[in-house]
Design a protein around this ligand. Structure first.
Ligand code: CTP
Length: 403
């Protein structure tokens, strides 16, 4: 399961208190979640935990000073660059002293200089003894930092290093990570939205060993499902036979085989979703009478009578309170004409057109070239891109129109 922290550049600032030892676990969990971590320690934090431990865990040099004393050129550690590099600054533990300096803009170490230069979200996890925690100046500093837009990760209750018991314990490392993940998640553009997507081919049985199918791999739909989830949506993916993986904690995948099963799965939940995307290559027809036993090759010719499958997209298009509707059209000729006709007939809000004539578009390949037609018949053309990038373009066009 991929964390929202995966690929994020995180500066972890450690200030000097006994809870600094827990920072080693925080680094470990951040790296495990796929984040790139750079650690800055205040000079006094180095008395509590060694930079060697933290650099080993973070796989990056640990910074503490404005210049790099180990470098013979005495290179300057650029706090502005660090502040800009970071997607997220986490100060844990944040001591009362460091918070007081953060409030007042006092800059007497690299961590504070980076804090004041950072343009990214700043999280701070306080840790101190009970009486310090309760002191009005500390409480006022919590409020001031929050008013600056910094996000406080509440301290825990329990046994403190002093022997006292109460509020002031650094939140547990896994709680800190979960807090940040949930906070990021809740701020994603599609957070709280439910999306449905159909993908892949359908297989229609002729006999127990043969079927009518098509070359759809399900890659395009899978990429869209993952992108929707990355943007915070709860995704119901209804997938025809496909080996493509769609692991994500926000994706609920239902595997189906036939058009009728896909239709049933869609109508079970379509009234509950905000967005419905139909990227599946549904078989338009199915054998009228699939047989129970394997068909033997007795005659020179064989006719199989086919009957039309329900049009899933069109059936949602005519619903009264329908979700925002996105259809696909795969064409081999007169692309624009067919696409406009499909958009109108199936009442889509957006129609994504693929032409089999375009190089790098269509089934089985990792790239695609799309044109999007909106409800007002505006046309948006895109370059040939990886399907993962095409998915971002499609999801962006949806976000622009539903938020
Ligand atoms: N679609 C669907 N159910 C079907 C057939 C198509 O939901 N039984 C959806 C597809 O997922 C796609 C759109 O309708 O979003 C257009 O599919 P396409 O196969 O291009 O068009 P058809 O309506 O089947 O028309 P034709 O095959 O004649 O081009």
């Amino acid at each position: 399961m991929k964390s929202v922290l995966s690929g994020r550049k995180i500066v972890l600032g450690i200030s000097g208190g006994i809870a600094a030892y827990k920072a080693t676990y925080i680094v470990r969990l951040l790296v495990k979640a796929g984040a790139v971590v750079k650690v800055i320690m205040t000079p006094s934090a180095r008395d509590f935990v060694t930079p060697l431990t933290l650099s080993t865990l973070s796989k990056n040099p640990v910074l503490s000073h404005f210049t790099n004393e180990e470098d013979e050129n005495d290179l300057w550690n650029n706090h502005v660059e660090l502040g800009l590099w970071a997607d997220l600054l986490l100060i844990a533990p944040a001591t009362a002293n460091t918070m007081s300096k953060m409030v007042n803009g006092a800059i007497d170490n690299l961590l504070l200089a980076t804090y004041c230069s950072a343009k990214c979200p700043v999280y701070f996890a306080p840790a101190m003894d009970l009486d310090m925690y309760k002191h009005p100046s500390t409480q006022a500093n919590f409020e001031k930092l929050t008013s600056y837009g910094n996000i406080m990760i509440p301290a825990g209750d329990g046994e403190l290093a002093s022997g006292l018991s109460g509020k002031g314990r650094l939140a547990e490392p896994h709680e800190i990570i979960e807090f940040i993940e949930q906070d990021i998640q809740s701020k994603l553009p599609l957070s709280g939205k439910a999306c449905l997507i159909t993908a892949g081919p359908t297989y229609e049985a002729i006999d127990p060993v043969r079927f009518i199918g098509n070359h759809s791999s399900g890659k395009m739909g899978a990429s869209i499902a993952i992108e929707l989830a990355n943007q915070g949506a709860q995704v119901q993916l209804i997938m025809g036979p496909s080996a493509v993986s769609t692991e994500h904690h926000l994706i609920n995948r239902v595997d189906v085989k036939t058009a009728q099963q896909m239709y049933d799965a869609v109508h079970k939940i379509v009234h509950e979703v905000d967005v419905a995307i139909f990227s599946a290559a549904v078989s338009d027809y199915r054998p009228l009478n699939p047989v129970d036993q394997k068909i033997k090759k007795k005659s020179e010719t064989l006719s199989i009578e086919l009957v039309k499958n329900p049009d899933i997209l069109a059936s949602v298009g005519v619903m009264k309170n329908k979700p925002f509707l996105v259809g696909f059209a795969l064409e081999t000729e007169n692309e624009m004409e067919h696409a406009f006709a499909k958009a109108e007939k199936k009442q889509t809000d957006l129609l994504v057109l693929n032409s089999m004539r375009d190089k790098g578009a269509g089934f089985g390949v990792d790239t695609n070239k799309i044109t999007i037609i909106d409800k007002d018949k505006n046309i948006f053309r895109f370059e040939t891109k990886l399907k993962t990038e095409v998915a971002k373009d499609i999801v962006n066009e949806i976000i622009k129109r539903i938020l």
